[in-house]
Design a protein around this ligand. Sequence first.
Ligand code: LMR
Length: 394
Amino acid sequence: MLETITPQPPDKIIQLSQMFRSDQRENKIDLGVGVYKDVQGHTPIMRAVKAAERRLWDEETTKTYTAIVGDGGFHKAMGNLVLGDSAAADRLSFAHTPGGTGAVRQILELIKTAAPDATLWLSDPTWPNHPAMANAVGIPVKTYAYFNSETRSVQFDNMMADLRMAEPGDVVLLHGCCHNPTGANLNKAQWGGLAMLLKERNLTPFVDIAYQGFGDGIDQDAYGVRLLAGKLPELLIAASCSKNFGIYRERCGLVITVSRDAGQARLTQGMLSRLNRLNFSFPPDHGARLVTMVLTDPALCADWQAELKGIRDGMAGLRCLLADALRAETGSDRYGFVAEHRGMFSRLGLTPEQVVTLREDYGVYMIGDSRVNIAGLSPERIKVLARAIVAVGG
Ligand code: LMR
């Protein structure tokens, strides 16, 4: 049987991480995988998460299974973090999943089951695992214009024109905030226009929100998803706790759906339970329990918010430093967009050849489309990076 297996295409992000790890150079710079690092290059355990972990160690008395879709306290706490009071509680259904990627996968399974003829519309570009997973589940994909590589900003009119061609019943995947890979985001007016179009054309929004709190603030980053929850009859959400709680390896994600009414929400809940059972049965619990403790204990929550703000401000500061250094090195403002973008990522607009030269000659690792993880930088390395970019002709 196994002899029928053919070589599989490597995932670009995972492959780059492996290459970085095996590079022996001391001055190498990792701007690849979307993992937050502090200025020492360390991915810390957040203070509130560590405190919750100590408490859990003391208080937890059993490791028996939770519910098939995870713990209700986690659903409530995360539902509140993502949606605030934008949708009535009885319209919500949940499924705790292994990571945000697990949540995306479960939603794709839900789409395949509930709307087998739907096409999934993805932004051009998007996270490479979006089309790969849709393909694995057997959902046809089309792309909508999103990023203008000349202006380095969202080409909203073209995006709307493309989405007008979607068939009623199609699903539109949107990045809730901190667009991956470009860092270019919709503004409030654009979210408003988009919500109207989705409603008029009977398109179902599917929001992937993996970086809430890394852009402009916890509530600010949820502006779009909350607007859609308030205005549309149905909404699919994949939320991740990997980045904003720094619990990557705990694999903690959540499906949230907004249904038309309470009766439909119960049916949706039943389907989400079944999909969890079929795919992995019970979700991992540890990360969710930490998140729930942090979000429901006022002191822990305040400390988490303060630390998250420090991370967010630090990344915004690095963006400004990099934009300034590139301005100084190039004598132009062509990288000014780096300071305007939000979240971990920006796409610099370098050619694939320049990306390879940066890696081979300068030990600078970025994804092949020139996506950089801003959090991989430290103030001391910024000048080195700016010089290297200019040296390769960027
Ligand atoms: C990324 O885009 O680098 C992150 O979302 C990590 C991943 O799983 O790809």
